[in-house]
Design a protein around this ligand. Structure first.
Ligand SMILES: Nc1ncnc2c1ncn2[C@@H]1O[C@H](COP(=O)(O)OP(=O)(O)OP(=O)(O)O)[C@@H](O)[C@H]1O
Length: 246
């Protein structure tokens, strides 16, 4: 057990990702080395187009690198077929997508319980875990509501509940506060912080230094390369690309 908790949950070694090919090839990431340990909360910042979502997709086994290695819970993804990759995603990883990806025909509680049921949990136990996760994000009252009847912020919180439910070791969040007001955003970041304190590895993309401040460290991307890793309070000058409004 002790040894297991020392092993990184996710490791990117010399990772590069080129989208497309030929004249249309875009180097989204180049030479990325990143390790996230159990209990560690890492923020990823950088201008639009710097490769943050690509990095998260690779760390979440949703994409494969063009070069380098991605290792999740000690398993090199290069050696896994589609079925094994899907199992790693289902069992080990919770993912909060920028556009939430809730299933429209399922209620909030059903959306949250769904990955557990896919994993063989009995329905009643999965629902109980889903209700606990919804309570953690302040959404208990909306457990039986459909995504179309929720505000953007409510849907985002349901997506976060789905990512934190169950015993997942890696939590990946792509701008999880984007649709939330400041108070709710802070509460949600508190939930992610708590997951890390409970032993999960958390990797979160954010544009907001005040949310990155909750992380143990922040890595900064620009043009697909890691250009810094430091206290978010010192990074304001790095956050905005020339001519960019953010
Ligand atoms: N499927 C794709 N096909 C072609 N190019 C892509 C694809 N996905 C991303 N890119 C390009 O790769 C680069 C990195 O994109 P990525 O979405 O990872 O950046 P980002 O930092 O997450 O941006 P944002 O903050 O706007 O979400 C960009 O130039 C983008 O246009």
């Amino acid at each position: 057990m002790r040894e297991d908790t020392q092993c990184p949950v996710v490791e990117l070694q010399g990772v590069g990702r080129i989208h497309g090919s030929g004249a249309r090839a875009v180097t989204a990431l180049d030479g990325i080395d990143l390790t996230v340990a159990p209990g560690e909360f890492v923020a990823v910042m950088g201008p639009s187009g710097s490769g943050k979502s690509t990095l998260l997709n690779l760390a979440g086994a949703l994409d494969r690198p063009t070069t380098g290695r991605v290792i999740i819970a000690g398993r090199d993804l290069a050696g896994l077929d589609r079925t094994a990759l899907a199992e790693v995603r289902r069992r080990a990883i919770g993912f909060v997508f920028q556009d939430f990806n809730l299933l429209p025909s399922l209620t909030a509680a059903e959306n949250v319980a769904f990955p557990l049921e896919l994993d063989g949990w009995p329905a009643r136990r999965a629902r109980a875990a889903a209700l606990t996760a919804l309570e953690q994000v302040g959404l208990s009252d909306l457990a039986d509501r459909l995504p179309d009847d929720m505000s953007g912020g409510q849907a985002q919180r349901a997506a976060i509940a789905r990512a934190i439910v169950g015993p997942r070791r890696l939590l990946l969040a792509d701008e999880p506060t984007g649709a939330l007001d400041s108070t709710t955003g802070t509460a949600v970041i508190g939930v992610l912080r708590q997951r890390a304190d409970d032993g999960a590895a958390v990797l979160m993309v954010t544009h907001e230094p005040r949310f990155a401040a909750w992380a143990d460290r922040t890595v900064f991307l620009r043009d697909g390369r890691m250009v810094g890793s430091s206290d978010p309070a010192d990074m304001d000058g790095l956050l905005t690309a020339p001519g960019e409004g953010r």
